[in-house]
Design a protein around this ligand. Sequence first.
Ligand code: AMP
Ligand code: MG
Length: 399
Amino acid sequence: MLTADQLLSELLDRARALTATETIATEASLGRVLAVTQVSAITVPPLDNSAMDGYALRAAECHTDQPLLVSQRIAAGHVGEPLQIASAARIFTGAPIPPGADAVVMQENCTVDGNYIRLQQPVKPGANIRRAGEDIMAGDEILPLGTRLGAAHMGLAASIGLATLPVYRRLKVASFSTGDELAQPGTALQPGQIYNSNRYTLTGLIQALGCEWIDLGAIPDTLKDTIATLQHAATLADVIITSGGVSVGEEDHVKAAVSQLGTIDLWKVAMKPGKPLAFGRIGEADFIGLPGNPVSAFATFSLFARPFILKRMGATQLRPTIYRVRAASEWLKSGDRREFLRGRTRIAADGELEVQLYPNQSSGVLNSTVWANGFVDLDIGQTIRIGDMVKFIPFSEVL
Ligand code: AMP
Ligand code: MG
């Protein structure tokens, strides 16, 4: 059995990044992965400009007791004239500083009298001026290849004038669930059935990564159906994800089916929730078989399938940031596997961040995944006393 760390590095070693790229509109690039490092052709801001609505002037010319003539008006989007001696320019936020001026006084600090202003306090050179290039210099590498584009990246790309971005093509991820007991939400439950929740958890996880989801539904626990569905999936998808049927019981056919069609290369991880997890290949498609227990499927996808898929997508930031947080619950059972407990953070009375554990950590209790906002990452044999510092992986890092 592989440790969680071994499994993750073995998986990442086997993940071949996409090479095919396409150019898309910047506004449509959310969640996509940049295929070429973006270098700015321009300086941002292009000119020194005002950070305030107020008056641009020469600091050395200004005395609080002397009125100053307002000799011009410069709104954002317009360019002023060189500043006349002993005068000020009415200026608005974002407007370029006129040649000769070296400071801006905010309007709240001036008294206006007709065409003249009087300063209420002295002004220092440089005050309220945003310098050309203080954000970006021409030639700066602003977005490295492999960046997963979020709202901030899209805005930054637009700020240097990029209307389109080169990205890797969307990764195609097919998923299906296995289990005779599975009923589709919207139908009545028959005796012995449960609703198929993994299909929904998985589509959420897959789509949140920006992948194209290919839905292959749910199949019964037969080798024949499993082989047929996997074979079909391999013709459609870059990555195939299954839930359930990956253990070694008589009703578990996934491993046998993958072995007939391709190879199983990695199998079983020493973690809780989890354990039965398989990786393999069918033709050109990668295969990841997740356990059927809903919390196990959620956790193993988040911690293993996600970084694998991200690497396949061409992304470079793969592993989550792990925080250290003070424990507000105890955990006295020392396990023989790495455990990922569901926990929720809050600010304690003393102002520090602390994490509570969901009372029922069973791998079937899906409520824990909604209640919690992250995993408490417990080493083999580790127990927790209230007040201990524990490793915490926020869901925002892995979902
Ligand atoms: P398995 O890994 O197939 O042995 O399933 C382990 C447990 O997870 C069983 O209790 C299954 O009923 C349950 N399970 C499997 N697949 C799903 C699913 N798609 N949705 C909800 N529960 C599931
Ligand atoms: Mg099953």
